[in-house]
Design a protein around this ligand. Structure first.
Ligand code: NAD
Length: 476
């Protein structure tokens, strides 16, 4: 279904994110027939490009990042692109942008630039009469580096836009499987009755990356895994797993429930958190070499145990783990259910457990580990098998072309649907939980534990679960 006609301005339209995600994503939506022919995408950035130069840049970015590009469709899509050389901090380009923007269509402004420019952009969009009360702004991570800076950013945006106009992106929420998690939880009678401390033993959330800090060393070293991954992505995944059923799948109802989860998270004791930093191995550089600081104490890995103090989750640990330069690129949420109260099968010593696992990377999918009888005449022997809940076969090939998170989220912006975007109070609550942990490290002069590149992280992270008689799932 096509969205309504729109003008989308991408500030930072020549940047890495625009080239890798935003432009390719918009093209795929165009090919899917979701973008009206009259909709326009306006790149706005510092470079002195013509419309033609920008189309060349977009062309190359799309050919690089989209498989099997249809050349005719690409050429038609490029006709919808415009470019304005603009200075976020000066006057250049703003008059031209004002002339270009239509007042009778949806207007959206994607701030794909560093947060230090948000205030300048918001202020000029208003002083030049470009944004109106129905315009939308999309802002990228990082949304602050602590509670104070996040509050300041929220205030800056609130000076010019209402909360209903602000779309804070966390692209993990745009993943198909993350939304499917909500469909499975709240669309079936089977899971919700079991989704609590009576039946769930523990929950693991892992986001493992194979790559190191690559070209982002300077930014990353000021941030670290806690700020870059846990405060936002892992926290959002935890919220969707742990939240109460909202009364309706609507933006405020969902976000109210997520906020309650964050506020119910207990502080994490220092012995329940492990920080790590990757070492070099087999010709690979170490973290410290990558960031060019031989004394850096920034963590590239983190594992922690947290409890959500409410009736549903009392006593159920949530184990969170994320790191760079790990043995595989793999992101997964796993809900491990409790052991059977009593086994009726004599001689079966194995521990059979139902585990619902939701894979987010490299491929998206969902499966439920169930115990069945091993087929054949060997008697009543039990085995565990994964029940594939992706249902690719049942849905047919036309439903297997999963949209990338960014393209889905951008279409939600045009539709005016904020459900999969973070609200200002959620972000602040997440920082309020994160800040004391980071402050504690700084006060203690905490040094992260080294771990081998291409491993599962430091040994202490294994101990975090072993102590509780549990183990991390394999990263594969
Ligand atoms: P980038 O450095 O590649 O691009 C920055 C863009 O901003 C360029 O188009 C540049 O022309 C424009 N710009 C800078 N100063 C300007 C000014 N004064 N006036 C007008 N335009 C100006 O950055 P990026 O990697 O594309 O990241 C953009 C934002 O998205 C950042 O906030 C980043 O943290 C966030 N982000 C990026 C990624 C990613 O994968 N690249 C992922 C998540 C979030």
């Amino acid at each position: 279904i096509p969205v309504e006609d729109f003008d989308l301005v991408v500030f930072g339209g020549t940047g890495d994110l625009a080239q890798r995600k935003i432009l390719p994503g918009l093209f795929r939506r165009y090919v899917a027939g979701q973008m009206p022919e009259s909709a326009r995408i306006i790149g706005a950035a510092r470079s002195d490009y013509s419309d033609g130069d920008y189309c060349d840049l977009a062309h190359d970015a799309i050919v690089e990042h989209v498989a099997d590009v249809d050349r005719d469709k690409l050429s038609a899509f490029l006709d919808q692109l415009h470019y304005i050389a603009i200075d976020a901090k000066g006057d250049k380009g703003w008059g031209e942008l004002k002339d270009l923007i239509r007042s009778d269509v949806i207007t959206a402004f994607y701030f794909s630039v560093g947060p230090s420019l948000f205030g300048d952009l918001a202020e000029r969009l208003h002083s030049h009469g470009i944004a109106d009360r129905d315009s939308r702004v999309v802002v990228e991570k990082p949304f602050g580096r602590d509670l104070e800076s996040a509050r300041a950013l929220n205030r800056t945006l609130a000076d010019h836009f209402d909360e209903r106009q602000i779309y804070r992106i966390d692209h993990y929420l745009g993943k198909e499987t993350v939304q499917n998690l909500m469909a499975v939880r709240f669309g079936n009678v089977l899971f919700e009755p079991l989704w609590n401390q009576h039946y769930v033993d523990h929950i693991q959330i892992t986001v493992a990356e194979e790559i190191g800090v690559e070209g982002r060393g300077e930014y990353y070293d000021r941030s670290g895994a806690m700020r870059d991954m846990v405060q936002n992505h892992l926290m959002q995944l935890l919220c969707l797993i742990a939240m109460e059923p909202p009364s309706v799948f609507g933006s405020d109802a969902v976000r109210d429930e997520k906020l309650k989860v964050i506020r119910a998270l207990q502080p994490v004791a220092s012995h329940e958190i492990v920080r790590g930093q990757y070492d070099g191995a087999d010709g690979m550089t170490s973290y410290r070499e990558d960031v060019g600081d031989p004394r850096s104490h920034t963590e590239s890995f983190i594992a922690l145990k947290v409890h959500c103090s409410n009736w549903r989750w009392a006593g159920v640990p949530f184990y969170l783990r994320t790191g760079k330069r790990m043995k595989a690129r793999s992101s997964e949420i796993a809900v491990t259910f409790k052991d059977l109260a009593h086994s009726i099968f004599p001689g079966d010593e194995a521990r059979h457990r139902n585990i619902l696992s939701i894979q987010l990377q490299p491929d998206e999918g969902m499966n439920l580990q169930v115990t069945i009888k091993e087929p054949g005449p060997g008697g009543m022997r039990l085995i565990d098998v994964p029940l594939d809940m992706t249902f690719a076969d049942a849905l047919g090939p036309e439903n297997n072309d999963i949209p990338d998170a960014y393209e889905r989220l951008i279409m939600d912006v045009i539709r005016g649907n904020q459900t999969l975007f973070m609200r200002g109070d959620e972000v602040e609550a997440a920082w309020a939980w994160t800040d004391p942990i980071i402050d504690g490290w700084e006060e203690r002069g905490d040094v992260p534990k080294p771990y081998d590149s291409c491993s599962a992280g430091p040994e202490d992270a294994m101990m975090l679960m072993h102590r509780d008689g549990r183990r991390w799932r394999d990263i594969k």
